[in-house]
Design a protein around this ligand. Structure first.
Ligand SMILES: NC(=O)c1ccc[n+]([C@@H]2O[C@H](COP(=O)([O-])OP(=O)(O)OC[C@H]3O[C@@H](n4cnc5c(N)ncnc54)[C@H](O)[C@@H]3O)[C@@H](O)[C@H]2O)c1
Length: 322
């Protein structure tokens, strides 16, 4: 069942990968890896992911508003064919019209919907070179209880579940639908929009923090496992950005935001985040930190976890008292 060349490549990359481990991956992904030696250069070196200039077709989830909308606009300005995929059909259509792209109504929490999206777009527009998993949600903790966020939303009884599905599993579903075909044709890109909360912590939202950490971890796994196959991965970890997520309407001029005082390093416009993403694609970089301060925070957190937690508790007390 499992391709020998795939196992050979994995052993080549890391002797720590066992047959069992690969088998589990294949089972859970529901795909047969299609890595073939013909994609490896004669000296066994890694294949570079496609250049930004060569990207023709791009899908952006959550493209109807906020950061996703800004990404759609920037990609279209650079001559890409943009597919605006959003659960908010009307907003997706508006953006698609604006960028002369196409709109698709999609709930990214549904794996079949993502598989259909990929198949439909590839049939009508040609190969997807770039998939931007940007759609995301956060609901906040209930009454200061980190394990709660339990109130019903839609027909789901526990708000943790939409966070897992939309913030993490949607990224997995996109990779599952596209990685084998991208490898076959020589590569492709994934941009996964996580958050600084995925490297640090979002005070007052345990589900958001935990799922964004998982999103960063999944992006790393994708980059490690398929980086040599021509698959580029960028993970985007901003702090506050002026969107509806922090209570700022699309097209508002205000840069004052919510997060209950967590926006310590300023609120960026979505367009600035889109520009940073494109710069990372041009430089073929993994980690995109629109707020550069996050790099130092991450190092401090790793360097002394006890001190970091004490600082975060202090910040939480300050926020609660304001
Ligand atoms: N705004 C911030 O401060 C901030 C900071 C860090 C990370 N992020 C992340 O940026 C991403 C974009 O958020 P935003 O700030 O632009 O928020 P936003 O609310 O303006 O946009 C989110 C978009 O996702 C769409 N969406 C939500 N659920 C969906 C689903 N199930 N299927 C398809 N589409 C769905 C919405 O309709 C909307 O168009 C999210 O992943 C968010 O977590 C935002």
């Amino acid at each position: 069942m499992y391709s020998l060349t795939f196992l050979t490549r994995q052993c080549h990359i890391s002797v720590a990968v066992s047959v069992n481990c690969v088998g589990r991956y294949v089972e859970s992904a529901g795909i047969v890896p299609l890595v073939s030696d013909s994609k490896v250069s004669a000296d066994g070196a890694a294949i570079e992911p496609p250049s930004y200039a060569s990207i023709r077709v791009a899908v952006v989830t959550g493209g109807g508003h906020g950061i996703g909308r800004a990404i759609c606009r920037r990609l279209a300005a650079d001559g890409k064919r943009v597919v605006v995929a959003d659960i908010d059909e009307a907003a997706g259509k508006r953006v698609a019209q604006d960028v002369k792209g196409i709109a698709r109504a999609v709930n990214v929490a549904d794996p079949d919907a993502i598989a259909r999206l990929v198949a439909d777009v590839e049939a009508s527009e040609g190969p997807i070179d770039l998939f931007v998993s940007n759609a995301g949600v956060g609901f906040g903790d209930d009454a200061g209880l980190a394990a709660s966020a339990a109130g019903a939303i839609g027909n789901v009884a526990d708000r943790w579940q939409p966070c897992w599905q939309i913030n993490v599993m949607a990224h997995v579903y996109a990779a599952r639908a596209l990685v084998p075909a991208m490898i076959e044709r020589g590569g492709g890109w994934f941009v996964n929009v996580a958050s600084a909360a995925g490297l640090l912590s979002q005070i007052g939202d345990a589900a958001y923090t935990a799922t964004k950490h998982a999103a960063v971890a999944f992006a790393e796994s994708l980059a490690i496992t398929h980086g040599d196959d021509g698959i580029g991965v960028s993970v985007v970890c901003p702090q506050a950005v002026a969107t509806r997520m922090i209570g700022i309407e699309d097209d508002s001029n205000t840069l004052e935001g919510g997060f209950g005082g967590n926006d310590v390093d300023g609120v960026l416009r979505p367009e600035a985040v889109a520009d940073r993403i494109v710069a990372a694609l041009e430089a073929r970089r993994f980690l995109v930190l629109p707020h550069p301060q996050v790099e130092a925070y991450e190092q401090r957190r790793a360097g002394d976890r006890e001190r970091w937690l004490e600082g975060m508790r202090r910040m939480r007390r300050r926020i609660e008292n304001t």
